[in-house]
Design a binder for this molecule. Structure first.
Ligand SMILES: [Cu+2]
Length: 341
């Protein structure tokens, strides 16, 4: 089948070449000079390039409007509103420059196509023009970068300490979430302690780990309106924790802890109303091509009221109970009662 398509395409090209030969022959027979013929070709190409520009630009506008429903819904976090604004300012600037340069490019090609009666104008340089097209983009880019950096610093500043501590652990190929529990302190963890039983390498000797909670099943939850101080780790390769609707993304790097501080503002139930999709769910995805099953790294995220969240977290098991004995026993010297602290 493929071979047939290729042969058909090849035959099509051959037919086109023959057709062009015929056109040339008829032109020669009708006594048209080579120059006249070139002029005619130039004009045809100039008109075609204008048509290409108009159709292209119209299609860009049409596709953007037609498929905008596939864009992310409005941000479900406080900082997300700010990053979205930055994004749209960037799109605006890029859009204006794109339309201006494309129209100028095609218009010049059309307007200044070869004309026998026109002499080329020798115009080697213009310092004023060069100054303008250097200074204006410099100012615009500097403004974009400085406002972007300011926002980024505000979002990632390190003195956030009031947030609920949650650790998100990436591994090939899924996620684990660990909540800090009542003391809001995550027990120490160390990659050297990772075993089959203790997937996060939690140090059970650290009392802070006693009330840490690990989520069961492929789901994590967050309370709405409460600041979250999220830590990210990886057990193997670099992953990237990506909550598209929360506008949160952070690399998970083996051997180091990265952080993201944010505050969810819209619950899953509210977002279902906003999007008009009764099956809408927030997700945590991996945004680094991390291996063969990268695409399966997906965890459901539920954002709910603090009351609903509290009710749910009570049903989750402490990390120590999820360790099936040996690991916790070894480290605590067989003192399993630590789990009930
Ligand atoms: Cu991954």
């Amino acid at each position: 089948m493929n071979l047939l398509i290729w042969i058909a395409a090849l035959l099509g090209v051959l037919v086109l070449i023959r057709l062009m030969n015929i056109v040339q022959l008829t032109a020669a027979l009708s006594g048209e000079s080579e120059e006249e013929e070139q002029n005619r070709d130039n004009k045809t190409n100039a008109i075609l390039s204008m048509a290409f520009m108009i159709i292209g630009l119209v299609l860009i506008v049409y596709m953007t409007l037609r498929y905008s429903k596939f864009m992310l819904p409005r941000p479900a976090t406080e900082h997300g509103v700010e990053t979205d604004n930055l994004l749209w300012i960037n799109f605006g600037v890029i859009g204006i420059v794109f339309f201006a340069t494309q129209i100028a490019l095609f218009w010049f090609a059309y307007k200044y196509r070869y004309d026998k009666s026109r002499r080329a104008y020798f115009y080697p340089d213009n310092h004023k023009l060069e100054l303008i097209w250097t200074v204006v983009p410099t100012i615009v880019l500097a403004a974009l970068i400085i406002t972007g950096l300011n926002s980024w610093n505000k979002i990632t500043q390190s003195n956030h300490t009031d947030g609920m501590k949650i650790q998100v652990y990436g591994y090939q190929f899924n996620w684990i979430a660990r909540y800090a529990g009542k003391d809001n302190t995550l027990g120490a963890s160390n990659y050297k302690l990772i075993t089959d039983d203790n997937g996060l390498g939690v140090d059970y000797r650290d009392k802070a780990s006693a009330d840490d909670i690990m989520t069961a099943g492929n789901e994590m939850r967050l309370p709405v309106g409460i600041p979250i101080d999220m830590e990210f780790n990886s057990r193997d390769v670099i992953h990237s924790a990506y909550f598209p609707h929360l506008r949160v993304q952070m690399n998970c790097v083996p051997g180091m802890t990265t952080k993201f501080y944010f505050k969810p503002t819209i619950t899953t139930a509210e977002m279902r109303k906003i999007t008009g999709d009764p099956n809408f769910d927030y997700v945590l995805l991996c945004n680094k091509i991390c291996g063969v099953a990268h695409y399966t790294m997906k965890m459901k995220l539920v954002v709910e009221t603090p009351e609903e969240f509290q009710a749910w977290i009570k049903t989750q098991k402490p990390v120590m109970e999820t360790a099936t004995g040996t690991a916790a026993q070894e480290i605590t010297g067989g003192n399993k009662s630590v789990a009930s602290l």
